[in-house]
Structure formats: C-alpha cells, structure tokens
Design a protein around this ligand. Structure first.
Ligand SMILES: *Cc1c(COP(=O)(O)O)cnc(C)c1O
Length: 470
C-alpha cells in the first residue's frame, strides 16, 4: 500500500472526526455566510503527483475552494427550486459513502430491500396505489426521461412495434402534448430519439395561468384521429406552481388513447398538506410520475424517484440481461429499471429523513414553505416598485418591477440582492414578461429569513431607482 494511503487508513477515525468538525463549522455558520458568491474560481491546478493525504486535501479544499462555495443549502437561497439536507438526510448520505453499497441488485446485501421499503413509503406519502412501482434516479430530469422512455415503449406496443428492439425509427411519428412542460421534458425527448420538435404545445387557461386548457387538450387528441399519444401533465410549474387538472385529464382516457406522464417534480409534495392535496387529485391515475427528492424532501443531491404502472415495459427498455436469457421476471433488480447499472444507494438519505421525521415532520416543512411564500408575496406587494406577476399558489413567489421590467433591470435587481449576500433569486419570463422567482423549499427557512429577503429586495429596488434606471 502506498505509504500516504496506509497512513490515512491508520488515521481513519481521527480523519473522520476532523471532517465532522469541519462540516459542523460550515453548517453552523450557514445561515450567516453570503448566500451566493461572486468570487472568481481559483485557477485550475496541476494533477498532484505526490499526494498530501486526506487531511492535507481537506486543508487545500478549505483554502482554495470552500470560500467560493455558495450557501445554497441554507435558508435564503431561493433560486431555482433548491432544497437543503435535513440532519437525518445528511446522516444517511454520509453513510451511503461509508457503506458504499452498489444499489444495482442484491449482490450479497439487503441494501436493495431498503430501497424497496423506501419506495413503498414514498408511494404512500404521495397517495399512489399499489399498481405503481418505482426506482431511485439522480433527479427529475432523469425521472422524466425514464417515464417518457416507458411511454415510448408503450406507443410501440400500441403499434405492434418493439421500440427497445427495433429502435425509435420503427415507431413512426410520435405525438407529445403538453401545456407548460419543464425544459427537461424536451431534453428527454431529444435524448430518447423522439425529437424536441415532437412536443406540441397545448393552449393554457389564459390570464396568468400556466395550467393546460383541458378542452383544448381534448381537441388536440381528437385531431389525432385515434393515433396513440403521450400527454405530459404538469403538477407544479416552476414559475407560478400552477397545476394541470389531473382528474379531468385522466378522464379523457375514456375517449382517447394516450399515455399520461405527470411531472410532479416538487408539486407532488402538495399531497402532504391537507389544504393543498386537492391540487394533486388524480395523480394516481398517471401511467408514469416524476418526483424530485433533492428539492422539497430536502435530501442532498442527487435524488429523485420515478413511478410507473407498467414496470413490465420499463424492464423491456432498461433490462441488462443477455438477450439469450430473455427479460427478467419476478421482482426486477434495479439494474433492469434505470439507465445506470451500478449506482449508489441513493435511497438511504431518504430512508433516514422519513424515519427521523415521518410524514408529519415533512408535512411541516411543506406547510411552512407555503406560509413563507405567502408572507413574502404579501411583503413584495407592499414594496414600492415591485408587483406580483401571479398570485402565490404554493411555494414560489413570481414577481417583477412595477415599471419597465426589462431583462436588464431585473438582472440588476437579482444581482444587487445576490451581491448583498442576503438572498439568491433566479430570473424567468412569465407570458412574455421578465420576472424573478423566489422558491421556498428549504427546511431551514424561517419568517425572519423571509423578512430579510423582503428587506434586501426593497433596498435593491431603491438602489435601482437612485442609480437612475439601469
Ligand atoms: C426541477 C424540475 C425538473 C428537473 O429537475 P432536476 O432534478 O434538476 O433534474 C423537472 N421538472 C420540474 C417541474 C422541476 O421543477
């Protein structure tokens, strides 16, 4: 063994203690460190030849890289839809590395059974029935990709073609219909060989709404004249957290032949709040479902889950058996279900957080985030120079400048807030008008944090006007 490696092995308990102390310092200061950094990254260094050992690497990291890392795990990073890591989730994540199980199959371990237990818990948490089977994947993009891959195989089944054997070219034209799909849906369609341009936008309800007009969806399906299609329903849009009427869309299945995929990346968490659960009524009727876990469940990156009623088709797409042995039967190992073969035991962080806090603890995070979004929405309405772009439906506040909301002025506003170190918000465009979004999904965020974000915004707006209109 290399002497440095041997020394690290000898010192492993001390090393873990030292990392623990380092991480504890970082996490206890998280609420006060700048939320975003404008620091320039250090110049890339050469490949180390003689290594410095793990303690030495920790020191180099602290010196060169740590100062430029964001406070994105903290309470006032409201950009994109960004979760943190609950204490139990972090515990599970550390142990994922420590045990380093390959979650692809049993392989002499019960780790895969832990993933199945966790999947059952998630299914119940989101109100899905027994017919749904799932697997952990790395994020909602991959979850949408797996769901749409199964949809593609289903289209083949309807047309008497095995896409997994004959290729997507054998399938003929594919019709994908959606109202306000996330950008990852077109990415998935590109990746799956279906093509980004096959996504046909369906008109929305109008006004500030981002939900699909179900009547117009029915017309689009009617126009297909019996051709099978894929409908991507959106349960929680990123701008305004609007929800398609899942029940009404599912009811169209009586008249039209389509696969229903629901992107409920973070919207599925509405199921944890009695007041908001009706938003995801009908989710169980979907053929495939995407839910992100590194957002509102607050487990570390990277984790999401996919569910489908047709795991048989999923196995056809992803199975890793030799063609001579055929398609696996019984309970398929995870390597037959996901794009990866070898994979980390992602379920462990989720298992820890659900075990530690249960449905009630996670429901409290959801309810609090929704209440805080509403609070910030009210605060923003009272700040001169700002206005809400849409009512606050759930956990995202979408707002813009009352006067002259150009992309440049909004960028300047977001830049001033980020530069203050107080908060981080990300830009968007809602129905043609540039806007900013503040998304609440971190377990740490409090009312005091929310008021700090409002104050930082108010200062930044005043700065914009005194700077003479950027
Ligand atoms: C975040 C998000 C995605 C993509 O999620 P990743 O985890 O970044 O891959 C897809 N759909 C919706 C609705 C999202 O909010």
């Amino acid at each position: 063994m290399h002497p440095t490696l041997a020394a690290d092995l000898d010192q492993l308990p001390e090393l873990l203690q030292s990392v623990r102390d380092f991480a504890a310092r970082e996490l206890s200061g998280l609420g006060e460190r700048p939320v975003a950094t404008a620091a320039k990254a250090p110049d890339a260094g050469p490949l180390p030849v003689a290594g410095v050992g793990a303690q030495g690497a920790l020191e180099r990291f602290a010196e060169r890289w740590e100062p430029g890392f964001s406070g994105s795990a903290g309470p006032r990073y409201l950009g994109f839809v960004t979760g943190g890591a609950t204490p139990a989730a972090l515990t599970g994540d550390w142990l994922t590395g420590a045990y380093d199980q390959n979650g692809s199959s049993g392989g002499g371990s019960t780790a895969d059974a832990l993933e199945r237990e966790t999947l059952d818990w998630l299914r119940e948490l989101f109100g899905l029935g027994e017919a749904h089977r799932g697997a952990f994947v790395s994020g909602a993009t991959m979850s949408n990709t797996v769901g749409l891959a199964v949809a593609r195989e289903w289209l083949g089944e309807r047309r008497g073609v095995s896409v997994s054997r004959e290729g997507v070219a054998a399938l003929g034209p594919v019709h994908v219909l959606s109202g306000s799909p996330h950008s990852s849906v077109t990415k998935a369609l590109s990746f799956l060989g279906v093509g980004r341009d096959r996504l046909r936008p369906v008109p929305l309800l109008g006004g500030a709404r981002e939900a699909v007009d179900v009547g117009r969806l029915a017309e689009a399906l009617e126009a297909l004249d019996g051709e099978p299609a894929v409908v991507v329903a959106n349960a929680g849009t990123v701008n305004t957290v609007d929800f398609d009427d899942l029940r009404a869309i599912a009811a169209l299945k009586e008249r039209y032949d389509f696969w229903l995929h629901v992107d409920a990346a973070f919207g599925a968490f509405a199921a944890l709040s009695p007041a908001h659960a009706p938003l995801v009524d009908g989710l169980d009727a979907a053929d495939s479902i995407c839910v992100d876990l590194h957002k509102w469940l607050n487990v570390p990156y990277d984790a999401a889950v996919q569910f489908t009623r047709r795991q048989d088709l999923q196995v056809r797409v992803f199975h890793n058996e030799s063609p001579y042995l055929g398609v696996p039967t019984g309970t398929p190992a995870f390597l037959h279900l996901t794009p990866e073969n070898s994979r980390r035991l992602r379920a462990l962080a989720t298992w820890f957080s659900l075990t530690a806090y249960g449905r009630e603890g996670h429901a409290e995070i959801v309810e609090r985030c929704v209440a805080l979004a509403r609070r910030l929405g009210e605060g923003i309405s009272a700040v001169p120079g700002l206005r809400l772009s849409a009512p606050v439906h759930l956990n995202v506040v979408c707002f813009t400048l009352a006067d002259d909301p150009t992309p440049e002025r909004l960028e300047a506003l977001a830049g001033a807030v980020a530069g203050s170190g107080e908060a981080f918000l990300t830009p968007t465009v809602l129905h043609g008008t540039p806007a900013l979004r503040a998304a609440f999904s971190n377990w740490r965020t409090t009312e005091a944090d929310t008021d700090r974000v409002r104050d930082a915004l108010a200062r930044a707006v005043r700065g914009l006007s005194t700077a003479g209109g950027v």
